[in-house]
Design a protein around this ligand. Sequence first.
Ligand code: ADP
Length: 397
Amino acid sequence: MNILVINCGSSSLKYQLIDSDSEAVLAKGLCERIGIEGSVLTHTAAGKDKVVIETPMPTHTTAVKLVIDALTDANHGVINSVDEIAAVGHRIVHGGEKFTSSAIITDEVIKNIEECSDLAPLHNPAHLIGINSCRELMPNVPMVAVFDTAFHQTMPEKAYLYGLPYEYYEKYKVRRYGFHGTSHDYVSARAAEILGKKREDMKIIVCHLGNGGSVSAVDHGKCVDTSMGLTPLQGIIMGTRSGDIDPAICDFICQKEGLTSQEMNNVLNKKSGVLGMSGVSSDFRDVEAAAKEGNKRAANALDAYYYSVAKYIGAYVAAMNGVDAIAFTAGVGENNISGRVEIAKYLGYLGTEIDTEKNNVRGVDAVISKDGSKVALLCVPTNEELAIARQTLALIK
Ligand code: ADP
């Protein structure tokens, strides 16, 4: 069966067509600049050259239509018609407290996703546009919503309640939700599999370190804590996001610089993190290169970044009263060999040591700790699209 996975943003749409039997990616692509001049679709079918189609995409419906055309095209297509798409899986950033797992999309589910838009105003409305466009063009194809927040819904109250007046939770649902849930779920399951164990018997910490990053504690298969919060701004230092700061800094800087709260929010989301600290880039490769050339601010930014990850690992060892495996994933986690070494330097107290030879890998499944380590360290490439396809299939079966 073929599952189409859609990740729809306000002006972009990423897709993958996955064969659920072999789990192979048949085709994937990206529509950019939807609703803006200069729209472009980049489509790659497995084993074929990349095709770049520059054509106006005034709406998301036009974009989805172009994706269907590309998938069914005589030259660069991989299926004959829409009938060969068994289901569509939509990535949805925020499911609030309403969604503890994926859901078949119905009018009721759409209404509930709409109600969570307050919590993710940049993402959920865009996802809904994508869902509606797909429903319009593929009215008979079942669709599933897969939420970034769902895996974290097992957190206990002590982990998700903030030290704030309770009425904010009651009135506005202000609490920790956590994000990258699909990845934390997939990677923790995969880490257990690689170690030949059951996730239900293990305590696992997942470090999803990309441009955005989060750490989670997965205790016997259930998430018990995660570093992101109400929004993806909380937690470790990130590419452009501050992560944890003293909340009083916001008012202090607003007063000093004459910023509005929205402008301050923008600084925290887009101008902070290793970008703001180093003044070099949000891309960890650039920051690393600058640090190697002697840029002190870049070196400090990386040090602070690794330290922030190590502190969360320590916190989650405490949360679970132990840990069996720590898995690194996403752009930095999978590829930054020296970064994993730097983080592992903080973990000796756990009775684990990184194996420099085994750690010399990028983007592959690998145990990277020395034999005999009490806690296994792993590199586990995440695959959110595959996880979405699997969950979609499970629901439509
Ligand atoms: P997101 O999905 O949050 O945009 P990714 O998971 O794609 O992020 O990760 C992007 C980050 O991964 C970039 O900052 C990039 O610098 C980093 N990255 C990719 N490859 C490497 C590498 N070889 N060494 C260090 N960092 C890398």
